[in-house]
Design a protein around this ligand. Structure first.
Ligand code: EPU
Length: 339
């Protein structure tokens, strides 16, 4: 099935398009290579009465085994320096670019500001949706603006940081899931560069002579590699649960019983706990259930042991949540989106 703009592939296999490598197929598939194809595709789907879902790098999703509609992969390309002043560099990338390649591209030009976010799987378009973060930084810190297609009003829109309502692993795009398709992202990297070395494994770089963004990036990649399983080897979706942010009365009994429990007081009076620690303390690190399991290397990572589909992942996640709730009284929430 083709239009002047779009080619739809029947019986589209998505198992190589999600980092959990789940068995997943879609009745139709499309590759979106230009921004103009986005409204055209939504019009086509509406005309044919077909459900439509949008996929980036597939690194933060649990895909259903069968989807009776169109799955469109955002595959737009392009990176550019929009403006350079003494105070900042504005850089922009198309949503379909790989996030990590964008970080490397910036670092190679000597632009600092996103080196702590190196190695995060997924695309540029997905980065603001869950406000990706690691090593004491998140995309909101350097965000300038983004453009998106509003699938309800059928217009292209520009979003400021305030309009995105960023929070820990959260934005307006999560709350209005499916409404907006992010098309490009613009970041404001401040000058002079100030390294962000607050995170434990990075602090030892403080006072390194001639420290540059590349050295920090290399250190981040080393730390990630030493902790997190590589999805190309052991299929996974990164952190599978968010770190729970709970009222003090829920955190207090845990910290009183086990003083070593990682706990981070938040500005709003609540406390952030470590989901990985809660899962490990519940005896689930390395736990296996059917074709899915908890990584032996990091308790926050759910892995596909071979041949899993969404039902295996859902069953395992349900078991983990119930076990942690029973042991600590804490409700965990999944980070990936179930599509
Ligand atoms: N921990 C355990 N057992 C484990 C893993 C961790 O007890 O198996 C405890 C340790 O005490 C450790 C603490 O949990 O000190 C925190 O672990 P880690 O430093 O690995 O960070 P995290 O909170 O588990 C978060 C992000 C990661 C990000 C790292 C590094 C979330 C949900 N996850 O993990 O993001 O890479 O910090 O900054 O916020 C992702 O989102 O996919 C992701 C990998």
């Amino acid at each position: 099935m083709t239009t002047s703009y779009l080619h739809l592939t029947p019986d589209f296999d998505l198992s190589a398009r999600n980092t959990l490598a789940l068995k997943a197929r879609s009745r139709w598939g499309a590759m979106l290579k230009t921004v103009d194809q986005v409204p055209a595709l939504f019009a086509l789907a509406a005309e044919r009465g077909l459900p439509l879902r949008i996929l980036g790098g597939g690194s933060n999703v649990v895909l259903s085994a069968e989807f009776d509609g169109i799955t469109a992969v955002v595959a737009t390309r392009g990176r550019s320096v929009v403006e350079q002043t003494e105070e900042h560099v504005l850089v922009e990338a198309a949503a379909g670019e790989t996030w990590h390649d964008f970080v490397v591209w910036a670092v190679e030009q000597g632009f600092g500001g996103i080196e702590n976010l190196a190695g995060i799987p997924g695309t540029v378009g997905a980065a603001p949706v869950q406000n990706i973060g690691a090593y004491g930084a998140e995309v909101a810190d350097v965000f300038d603006s983004l453009t998106a297609f509003d699938t309800v009003e059928k217009v292209f829109k520009t979003f400021s940081s305030a309009e995105c309502a960023f929070a820990y692993r959260d934005s307006v795009f999560k709350h209005q899931a499916g409404r907006y398709v992010v098309l490009s992202l613009r970041l404001r990297l401040l000058r002079p560069w100030k390294p962000n070395l607050r995170f434990a494994g990075l602090a030892e770089l403080v006072d390194s002579p001639g420290l540059d963004p590349r050295t920090v990036m290399d250190r981040v990649l080393y730390l990630r590699g030493s902790k997190l399983p590589d999805w190309r080897v052991t299929p996974n979706a990164g952190s599978f649960f968010q770190n729970p942010i709970v009222p003090p009365e829920e955190a207090a009994p845990i910290v009183a019983a086990i003083p070593a429990a990682p706990n981070f007081p938040q500005a709003d009076g609540r406390t952030k706990l470590s989901a990985g620690w809660l899962i490990e303390q519940s005896g689930l690190k390395g736990f296996r259930m059917g074709r899915a399991g908890i990584s032996e290397r990091h308790a926050l990572v759910v892995v596909n042991l071979g041949g899993a589909d969404a039902s295996d992942i859902a069953a395992l996640a349900g078991h983990v949540k119930a076990t942690v709730k029973a042991r600590f009284g804490i409700a965990l929430h999944e980070e990936p989106v179930f599509l």
